[in-house]
Ligand binder design. Structure first.
Ligand code: ADP
Ligand code: MG
Length: 700
């Protein structure tokens, strides 16, 4: 049950004075963190300003700089309406001791203007000044106030991210009304920790965020922001710690077989394990032998060889008599895993099956029967299938490939599939350490930092689209030498239709100029069509594969040596790195061509530079985090895990570590959140929409 002290904050925004159904709807689509629920007062309060306008800046007309926002104390001189029906704007002149200025209005409402700017009277006017041919003017001032109403203008006015149809004034009013509902809440912070940092109370911090007194008040390092960011991080760390405690408490099963099956798997490989792979397997074996459940994240760059580690883990569990499941994010990948694992599984005696959305009802039933009978040891499929009705005789280990579409919810849902299920999550997005904490604070981590030996580095160049012909020429000679090429087409997020047109165009043009069949894969094709195209490319029947980013994750064609990424400037770093990882998987030198359309923006330029300079995924991830916020990297929107609203992983990394330790200590001393601080912490979890975790508490 949500503590009743929070009720005013969870009321819908439409209960606030001055917010009608239209604005409420707008705020809901813009701010609501709970799908299907109207935006709440709390949603408004957690909508943080990204800057503040200083209305105290009063330089006088003559000393106002062009482009600056200033507040002027003026006497109104003259109204100069444009000729009726004409396009000329309405001008009002005014003066102070230093000079005179025009206020300019387009589409004027004349009677309103006459009331607001009475000739001969003093007015306080605030807005942006611009100078044209040595005359200052202000187009549509933000404020016009009689001297006695001057208080109505905030000295420092917060500036919020907006959405179409939502004016700054409307949003400001809504936020002020929301602040009026803010109750005093019990303190959930540890007293000495709070004092030591000179942090204010929660409500004071939130008030100051929306009513800053100084510019610095809304800086990430201000005590107000620090406190709120810490609150949010603590809520998230506490929720993760609760999930973890719950998973552990449900009890794991000791799996300590002889290891013979795992040894057979490893010795059947045509290569030796890298030290990273060997040590990850050791970590996993140790986890499996414990009576608690394994919850481990395996991080490794593309091509680092995570699949082998997964297979070794699965072998251990299968030898112990249980079943394993490998979940892939897409059907293509599920098939690819199945195909590449089949020979090895057959050789060592692991009974392998594939479950996909394409199975007929009959096939599906048959597989299900075998799973229930324990006649299948290992099943490969997509996430979706496992979220459904699939059951097992004795599911022991689930391996999730490419987790970041796999959030806390899904992890919880898995618990239901079997007794003491161990979980191994693999990610090829080398998430920086700070973000690992954010999202996977509940997991242990193994990292594959070394690449399999014999890999040749990938040479990366960036080339302007103007030189397309030259690139096509080089591709032609590469193909003549027997190389294989991926050609990734631009991503136009706004429109799938344009994407499709672009990829089909490129495909046609390449077939024409290269005078050979080129494979094509895009999101609108059926799974069969995609399979067929991939297969043709893999077998060498075609030498070029044109694709949208569907090839992004995991696709393995070891003899592909060139990847061309068109409109590389539109892709994020993590994505470029993922894409580049499609090549450099074999023993031949590979290259990556980043085709960009100039002129490059600053960030896009920086991204392409980083790509040229390094192949190290972890380094790239750190740089990526600097270039943009954390939410984007994790794709939090997709995963359904609410992202951060106040905290910024790149600014508040140090707080994250403290929050993690704090959460751990809290659960050690007050596992059911029953003490007064524990009760206050429950409020905190609700406030930041982490209350799902509360249901895991034994006492509810
Ligand atoms: P990822 O980590 O991207 O999932 P994969 O598991 O798909 O990487 O491995 C990429 C390729 O490297 C595969 O063809 C795999 O057989 C090969 N590979 C994996 N481990 C090694 C190793 N230790 N030595 C040589 N090749 C390896
Ligand atoms: Mg993989």
């Amino acid at each position: 049950m949500r503590p009743s002290v929070l009720d005013p904050l969870f009321a819908s925004v439409s209960t606030l004075p001055g917010i009608g159904p239209k604005i409420a709807q707008l705020l809901t689509t813009f701010l609501s963190t709970q799908p299907g629920r109207e935006a709440s007062v709390a949603d408004l309060l957690f909508h943080a300003p990204h800057g503040a306008i200083d209305r105290r800046h009063r330089p006088g007309i003559a000393y106002s700089e062009s482009g600056q926002i200033v507040t002027l104390d003026v006497t109104i001189d003259r109204h100069m309406p444009g000729p009726r029906g004409g396009k000329a704007p309405y001008r009002i002149t005014a003066f102070d001791d230093t000079g005179s200025i025009s206020f300019v209005f387009f589409h004027p409402r004349r009677d309103w203007l006459e009331k607001q700017f009475p000739v001969g009277e003093r007015r306080i006017v605030s807005g942006k000044v611009e100078w044209f041919s040595e005359r200052p003017q202000m187009v549509h001032p933000d404020y016009v106030l009689a001297p006695e109403e001057a208080d109505a203008m905030p000295p420092l006015e917060p500036v919020y991210p907006l959405t179409a149809g939502l004016s700054p004034k409307t949003l400001q009013k809504a936020v002020s009304a929301a602040l009026g509902k803010l109750p005093a809440l019990p303190e959930w912070l540890n007293g000495p920790h709070k004092d030591q940092n000179h942090w204010p109370d929660f409500d004071e911090a939130l008030r100051r965020l929306h009513q800053p007194e100084e510019q610095q008040d809304i800086d990430p390092e201000s005590p107000f922001l620090q406190r709120l960011a810490y609150d949010e991080l603590l809520a998230s760390q506490l929720a993760l710690a609760l999930v973890r405690a719950n998973m552990r408490q449900l009890g794991g099963i000791v799996r300590k077989p002889s290891g013979a099956l795992q040894k057979r798997v490893i010795s059947s490989l045509p290569f030796a394990l890298t030290p990273g792979q060997a040590s990850a397997i050791e970590d996993i074996n140790a986890d499996l032998a414990e009576p608690t459940r394994m919850l481990r994240l395996l991080q490794g760059d593309v091509g680092a060889g995570k699949t082998v580690v997964a297979l070794a883990a699965l072998a251990q569990v299968i030898e112990a008599g249980a079943q394993g499941a490998l979940m892939a994010p897409t059907e293509i990948l599920a098939r690819q895993h199945f195909a590449s694992m089949s020979p090895l599984c057959e050789k060592v005696g692991i009974r392998l099956a594939l479950l996909t959305g394409k199975d007929t009802t009959r096939e599906r039933r048959l597989t299900q029967e075998k799973l229930d009978a324990g006649e299948i040891d290992l099943v490969v499929g997509t996430h979706a299938l496992f979220q459904g009705s699939v059951t097992f005789k004795d599911l022991g280990l689930v391996v999730v490939d490419e987790q970041h579409r796999f959030g806390v919810h899904q992890r919880l849902a898995l618990s239901a599939k079997g007794k003491g299920v161990d979980v191994l999550v693999m990610t090829a997005t080398p998430i920086p350490r700070t973000l690992v904490l954010t999202c996977f604070g509940d997991m242990d981590v193994s990292r594959l930092t070394d690449k399999p030996v014999g890999r040749k580095p990938i040479t990366t160049v960036s080339v302007s689209l103007d030189r397309l012909d030259e690139i096509v020429g080089r591709i032609r000679s590469a193909i003549a030498e027997g190389q294989k090429v991926y050609w990734v087409c631009p991503l136009v997020e706004e429109s799938e239709k344009i994407d499709l047109a672009a990829v089909e165009d490129r495909h046609r043009v390449l077939e024409q100029v290269l005078r050979q069949k080129v494979s094509l894969v895009h999101g609108r094709m059926s799974a069969d069509e995609k399979d067929a195209a991939m297969q043709a490319f893999k077998s060498g029947e075609t030498r070029v594969l044109v694709a949208t980013t569907v090839i992004e994750v995991g696709v393995d064609v070891p003899d592909a040596t060139i990847i061309v990424i068109e409109h590389a400037e539109r892709f994020g770093l993590a994505q470029l790195h993922q894409l580049r990882g499609r090549v450099g998987r074999g023993d031949k030198p590979s290259s990556c061509v980043l085709l960009y359309k100039g002129p490059l923006g600053e960030t896009a330029g920086a991204r392409l530079n980083i790509m040229r300079q390094t192949n190290d995924g972890f380094l790239i991830a750190e740089e990526d985090l600097k270039l943009r916020g954390g939410g984007e990297i994790l794709g939090t929107r997709q995963s359904g895990t609410p992202g951060f609203r106040i905290a910024r992983p790149e600014e508040h990394a140090d707080l994250m570590e403290v929050a993690r330790d704090d959460a751990k200590l809290i659960l050690e001393t007050d596992p059911d959140l029953k003490t007064p601080r524990g009760e206050a912490l429950r409020c905190l979890l609700y406030l930041f929409s982490r209350d799902e975790a509360i249901r895991l508490l034994r006492a509810g």
